[in-house]
Design a protein around this ligand. Sequence first.
Ligand code: PLP
Length: 417
Amino acid sequence: MSNPTLGSIPFLDLITPHVELEQELTAVFSRALHTAGFVGGAAVDEFEKAFATFCGADHSIAVSSGTDALRFAIMACGVQRGDVVLTVPHTFIATTEAISQAGGIPEFIDIDERTYNMSPELLEQFLEERRVRNKAGKLISRRSGRPVTAVVPVHLYGQMADMDSILKLAGQYGLTVIEDACQAHGAEYFSKDLNRWMKAGSMGHAAAFSFYPGKNLGACGEGGAVTTNDSDVADKIRMLRDHGQVKKYYHDVEGYNGRLDAIQAGLLHAKLVHLDNWNLERRARAANYNLLLASIETVSVPYEPSWSHAVYHVYVIRTRNRDGMISHLKDAGIGTGIHYPIPLHLQNAYAFLDYAPGDFPAAEHASSEIVSLPMFPHLTAQQQARVADEILAFVSKTPHSGMAEEQEWWPSTSKAL
Ligand SMILES: Cc1ncc(COP(=O)(O)O)c(C=O)c1O
């Protein structure tokens, strides 16, 4: 049971960073009150410029959520009604909602069980074996009989997918790549092809970010953004977010009310200044967890390949008796999460896609063993030590609750950060 003298440890502390920035943030609100600048205007323009610069992209278009960002990006990149869009089953449902709501049909590629991101090998296998070409030379999915036109890799948990490999395959097969970077603000990938580190949001044809409050860069409400280097795509998204209008009351297409409000833009701009530092703090916390948990054989820490600088939106460990561990930590007053407990191909919402258990073994296996530990920039070393102590206490009392023995490839520690 929880020891009241030790205090509880939240999964996420959203209060401290906001209280620390209280003056800057309330100044944004007061400026909006004094100018009545609530929608559009300089605050949105300035934030868009700053966020594009942060991501190393030519354009950023602020919208009302990450889901809208992804939906608009998919639409603006030319996905047509009935096109197949490839993505992973191990992600938040917003990824596939955005695909469906843009008119696409999601089809899944399993994850790499170490990085939890799209497996380039399985993407290649799909593109070589699970499609045909029609008379016009279009790539057709054998499963749905529909043209495959795009791929949405998700940079899950703050770590980028293997973008060189995915972009190469997409180039070979004529697919558009749209990054779901909703969990990866500031994450970096070393591109061997470009011989430099690239930021999330700068490699695909377009990328979507979420500013949901708990994200590495979070609004004080809802928000999102698309980044792209394609000015036509940027223009289309500006139209889509604003009722399809090119200028006031001239509507080229039917669009959406998908704008980011000016107060959120101002708040996000004030917080963006701190993002690099917060991401470094997260990486330091991840490195510390890796050390603290290194000696616990039945627990696996996150795997960070040499080409990745992850920003640890969440810190995910793996263990066989996941539910037992969560309940032990809960009793000790420690918050945890599961991201995510049911892969998308097994969700009721996607029964119509006709997938079955066993179709994506890596995603299914991961979803039954993952636990997200407390992770936020202000997490103290003392709190981390207590989390590790409680995990050790749990595995010591349940010695056979760890990883499957056949998983010899699993790294017991991640590389030093
Ligand atoms: C991977 C992923 N994609 C998309 C989204 C959607 O973002 P939002 O909640 O801002 O609509 C999220 C947010 O949780 C996410 O984690």
